[in-house]
Write a protein that binds this ligand. Structure first.
Ligand SMILES: Nc1ncnc2c1ncn2[C@@H]1O[C@H](COP(=O)(O)OP(=O)(O)O)[C@@H](O)[C@H]1O
Ligand SMILES: [Mg+2]
Length: 183
């Protein structure tokens, strides 16, 4: 948690390998993460981290299945295997029936579920979400948190950014960030 502009998204983007950092060291599961250009680092992140971006960041013209298959492009797997993995991820978020639907025709709650499926398709150790309930009504927020809780109960670590004390209350641990520093 932290005020707008305090650096929450920046930290998440660094942890997710979308941004580089000027100082400090980053260890993920005991492994040191080097510069962004490092292909092994990119692979490590692709396999160990899932990210749910603010406002879903789906490719709107793609179907749910195509969106969820995107992180699998990294792997040298058969298309049919990739489809199967993506379908399994959609099942986990109860969206299997919408696999062939174009994302731009979906509700916010449905888009969020597709975004989560895409983030978990590689079964990451760490799932991060930037204000995942920010654009959702209470009912869809509850659904999203229940999904996260379920994933957490099955062993996934979840780091989420929120402004909502009701959401924070349901987390095991709250970190506060202020002016770019964790308090
Ligand atoms: N540790 C930091 N060092 C330098 N700049 C930072 C740091 N943390 C955040 N910033 C800068 O602060 C600005 C706002 O950060 P952002 O992550 O978007 O905030 P939030 O998501 O909390 O609203 C960005 O321009 C970012 O580059
Ligand atoms: Mg932010």
């Amino acid at each position: 948690m932290g005020r707008s502009g305090s650096g929450k998204s920046t930290l998440m983007h660094i942890l997710g390998g979308l941004l580089s950092f000027d100082s400090g060291e980053y260890y993920l599961n005991g492994e040191k993460i080097e510069k962004l250009k490092d292909r092994d680092g990119a692979r490590l992140r692709n396999e160990k981290i899932g990210m749910v971006m603010q406002n879903f960041a789906l490719v709107d013209e793609f179907t749910a299945l195509e969106n969820v298959m995107l992180p699998l492009d990294f792997h040298k797997k058969k298309i049919s295997d990739k489809k199967k993995k993506a379908q399994e991820a959609l099942e986990k978020v109860d969206m299997q029936e919408y696999a062939r639907q174009i994302c731009k025709t979906m509700s916010g709650g449905q888009k969020q579920r597709v975004a989560i499926a895409r983030a978990i398709v590689n079964q990451p150790l760490l799932l991060m979400a930037d204000e995942p309930t920010g654009a959702l009504d209470r009912e869809n927020s509850k659904m999203t948190l229940e999904l996260f809780r379920h994933l957490h109960e099955n062993g996934m670590t979840i780091l989420l950014i929120t402004h909502d004390p009701w959401v924070a209350d349901q987390c095991d641990r709250i970190l506060t960030i202020q002016d770019g520093c964790i308090l």
